[in-house]
Every structure is written in structure tokens, then in C-alpha cells.
Design a protein around this ligand. Structure first.
Ligand code: PLP
Length: 454
């Protein structure tokens, strides 16, 4: 063993090769040296464990190269979403529109008037950037963008209801994926939960009782990810809002997804819109930027100016503020709505409006190129805490493989990784959520996997 190791080249010897010079230009000297040392250490360990012959210099260098590739690969990488779940929370929810991505890039690459008032040359406020468009789109008096909707809810409660009772129906004590629970957020904000009604039913008189006992706010949380059916009842939003106003307390609506367009036009169920909540009398409405809005991660609050002015002054507002990249991408996304081009320009709406026929044509083109599989009818879903239980008819490419779970794993290890789903041991690829520019990459990967070509 020791005699074997005597022939192991030193780091200095390995450094003389042109291939290493190349690695050093690419990865920098310190990291390349670290990788080389690790490659040599591994060989020493293997020799002690009984390795019979040493790897060649080329092999040692190749190992260092793959270590370097591993160390520098970003952990956050693009994937191909072939699941048919449009707002896949684990896959980053909404892909941005081209315009939103460009706005983000130009804000990222240079300086901007983020907090600078150009006419006066004085300090400005970042809250102005998306506010005007949000007012125009929703008719609200004022608006604020924060980090995400969870922080929007936390901020509203902290600023307006700390130490006070907030009425919420037991039908709405929801948990949204990733440990956002309405009762927990309330607790965190210092507000006190005044739950009313039963799990399936709540009446206006339940709200009235709690308000008579001195509650300071009424909160509605949208049941984003589940439905209650059967013996159920809930007063209309406008009636709850009116009642809150009779008691001079604000009515706050946590909409979750916050659609600005009517999902019914896309053959789906009705997802409440921001405009409807405001029209029903909600004093504040909050929603996510990266669900049905189709923009970057953000929490958006729209509504009464006096309330928003108090919210903007709360110390937590600073802690959860939106950054310039978010504001740039969000503004560009909102512009699509203002210019009446959202269904065409915003990827999530484009995906929702894809007809089954279009999906079929694409799935058939995939099958043709691969020379195998079947095109079968299936269902896509919106996901991301919107429209629970709703699906859209689609067509998918269905592949039969020997070991479905193993194949799914192999798909995930590709570059870019491909995320598909299985049904009855078949692997399904839904064209609805695969961006068109990803088609060549998807097909060439599948082709080589299926034909056994590495
Ligand atoms: C999704 C959702 C949230 C959390 O929103 P994030 O933007 O993910 O923080 C809060 N409330 C409701 C009702 C939701 O659906």
C-alpha cells in the first residue's frame, strides 16, 4: 500500500498539466487546489482500503474537475415542470413574463430611482412604485407591496389589531402549505383570536355577538386549498363588511391567490377577485404576487388610505418590505393587466387558457419525435393554493417504462431536471406546464434516456 502511494503525484506535479491551467482559469486557483487535494485524499483513502493500482494523472484531474463542477453548481436550478400543476409551490409557483424578467434584469444591473424622487431630487419612497398601478387596477385608495402574503397578514394584524380581538369564522382557520396557519399568525402578531361559528356554518349573528363584545377587526381568510361542502353556510361578504362598519371596525380580506381576472372564463370554478372583495366593502384586501397574479413573490395589500398609512408606519413594514427586483417585476406584471394583455403575456394565464386541442397537438408532436408512448386524455390543475378540486382537461404523453420510480428519479437527475408524474405505473408529461422553449431539451433528454444513449 505505502509503496503504491509513493508513486502518487503531488499537487505541484499535477498543476503542470495544461488541463489544470484551464481549470484554474475557470474556477480560480484556491478552489482548484482544494479540489485537487480532495481528489488525492480520496485516492489515499482508497489505497489504505486496499486499492490495487493508482488512478492515472488524467483520472485524478478528471475527478478534481467533477468535484469542482459539483461545488459550483447552483443549488437553485431551472427545472422542466411536466406535472401539469401550474402554480407548483415546490417548483417556484409562477414563472414570470418576458417583460417582468426584463424589468427585473434592468433593475438588477444598474441603479434606479428606488427611493429617489426624480423631480425634486430628494429622498423618495419605494412604496410608490407599484402603488399607482394597483390603485388603477383595483380602484383602491392605497396600496403596499411587502415580501409575501404571509407577511402582509402579519403586518396588517400587528399594525391594526395588536392586543385586540379579531373575529374570524371557524370555517376559515386555514393552514396554507409551508406552515402558515391563520391562528398562529394571529398569535404572532399579538392579536387575540375571537373565533365564531362552527366548522361548517357561521351566521351573521355570530359575528355580531363577537363585535358587541368589543372586537376590533373582522378577518376573512379565503379557503384557498380546500372546500367545505354539504350542510354549510356563510354570510355574504358584503353583509359581514356592513356589520363590521356598523361597529366602526375594519373588515380585512385575506384572499390568498388574489385573482384580478375571472377564472370562470377559463372553464374553471370561480376564484374570488380582488375587485369583488373591495366592491363588497372590504377595507383591506391582501393577496400573493406569485399565485394567480402570475408575478414575483410578493404580498400585496390594497384598500383604505388611512389604514394603509398606519400600516406603512409600523416597524414591521420595514422588516418585510419588498426589494427593488420584486418591485420591478411586479410592476411589469401589473402593466400586463392594465394593458389588457395579461392572458397572452403572463405564463400562468397562458397555461390556463391552453385548450385541450393545443395540448393534444403538442403531446402528439412529442410522441412523434420520440417514436414511442401514447397520447391520452388527463387533467391539469392550477395548484398553489387556488381552486382546490378544480382541474382542466388536457392531453399528456404517457410512457411505459420498466421501473417507473427509478425512471422518475433519473429524470430528476438530468440537466435540467425533469419533474413528471405517474399514474397507474405510467409516466405522464403534461404539455400545459412545459414552456415551449424547453421542448427541445425535454425531448433530447427523453430520447437519449429511452434509447439508452447516455
Ligand atoms: C397562499 C396564502 C397565504 C400565504 O401567501 P404567501 O404569499 O405564500 O406568503 C396566506 N393566506 C392565504 C389564504 C393563502 O392562500
Amino acid at each position: 500500500m505505502t509503496s503504491l502511494l509513493r508513486d502518487l503525484p503531488s499537487v505541484e506535479q499535477l498543476l503542470q498539466t495544461p488541463r489544470l491551467a484551464d481549470l484554474m482559469t475557470r474556477y480560480g486557483r484556491p478552489l482548484t487546489l482544494d479540489a485537487l487535494r480532495l481528489s488525492l485524499d480520496e485516492t489515499r483513502d482508497a489505497a489504505r482500503a486496499g486499492l490495487s493500482s493508482l488512478p492515472s494523472r488524467d483520472q485524478l484531474t478528471a475527478r478534481a474537475e467533477s468535484i469542482l463542477a459539483e461545488w459550483t453548481r447552483p443549488t437553485l436550478q431551472p427545472v422542466i415542470n411536466a406535472t401539469g400543476v401550474i402554480l407548483h409551490t415546490n417548483l417556484g409557483r409562477a414563472p414570470l413574463s418576458r417583460a417582468a424578467a426584463e424589468a427585473l434584469t434592468s433593475a438588477a444591473l444598474g441603479y434606479s430611482n428606488l427611493e429617489f424622487d426624480l423631480p425634486s431630487g430628494k429622498r423618495g419612497s419605494r412604496t410608490v412604485h407599484a402603488e399607482a398601478i394597483l390603485q388603477k387596477l383595483t380602484g383602491a385608495e392605497s396600496a403596499l407591496v411587502v415580501n409575501n402574503n404571509a407577511s402582509a397578514v402579519l403586518l396588517i394584524l400587528s399594525a391594526l389589531a395588536k392586543g385586540k380581538h379579531v373575529v374570524i369564522s371557524r370555517t376559515q382557520l386555514v393552514e396554507i402549505g409551508g406552515s402558515f396557519r391563520v391562528p398562529d399568525v394571529m398569535k404572532q402578531s399579538g392579536a387575540k383570536l375571537a373565533e365564531v361559528g362552527a366548522t361548517n356554518k357561521v351566521h351573521l349573528r355570530d359575528y355580531k355577538e363577537a363585535l358587541s363584545d368589543g372586537a376590533a377587526m373582522v378577518l376573512r381568510a379565503h379557503r384557498s386549498n380546500f372546500k367545505i361542502v354539504g350542510f354549510t353556510e356563510e354570510p355574504e361578504l358584503a353583509k359581514i363588511a356592513n356589520l363590521a362598519h356598523e361597529f366602526s371596525v375594519p373588515f380585512v380580506d385575506d384572499l390568498g391567490s388574489g385573482a384580478l381576472l375571472d377564472t370562470v372564463k377559463y372553464g374553471l370554478g370561480h376564484e374570488p377577485t380582488v375587485q369583488e372583495s373591495l366592491a363588497a366593502g372590504a377595507d383591506l384586501v391582501c393577496f400573493s404576487g406569485d399565485k394567480l397574479l402570475g408575478g414575483p413573490q410578493a404580498g400585496i395589500i390594497v384598500g383604505r388610505k388611512d389604514l394603509l398609512d398606519r400600516i406603512k408606519k409600523h416597524p414591521l413594514a420595514r422588516a418585510v418590505r419588498a426589494d427593488k427586483l420584486c418591485l420591478a417585476a411586479l410592476t411589469a406584471t401589473l402593466l400586463h393587466y392594465l394593458q389588457d394583455e395579461a392572458p397572452r403575456e403572463i405564463p400562468v394565464w397562458r397555461m390556463m387558457s391552453m385548450s385541450p386541442r393545443t395540448a393534444k397537438v403538442r403531446a402528439e408532436a412529442w410522441r412523434e419525435k420520440l417514436g414511442q408512448g401514447e397520447v391520452v386524455a388527463s387533467e391539469s390543475t392550477v395548484g398553489g393554493g387556488s381552486l382546490p378540486d378544480e382541474s382542466m382537461p388536457t392531453f399528456v404523453l404517457s410512457l411505459s417504462v420498466k421501473h417507473p420510480d427509478k425512471f422518475l428519479k433519473t429524470l430528476r437527475s438530468q440537466n435540467p431536471p425533469i419533474i413528471a408524474r405517474t399514474e397507474n405505473d405510467k409516466i405522464l408529461f403534461d404539455p400545459r406546464t412545459v414552456l415551449e422553449e424547453q421542448d427541445p431539451s425535454l425531448l433530447s433528454t427523453l430520447y437519449s434516456l429511452l434509447s439508452g444513449v447516455p
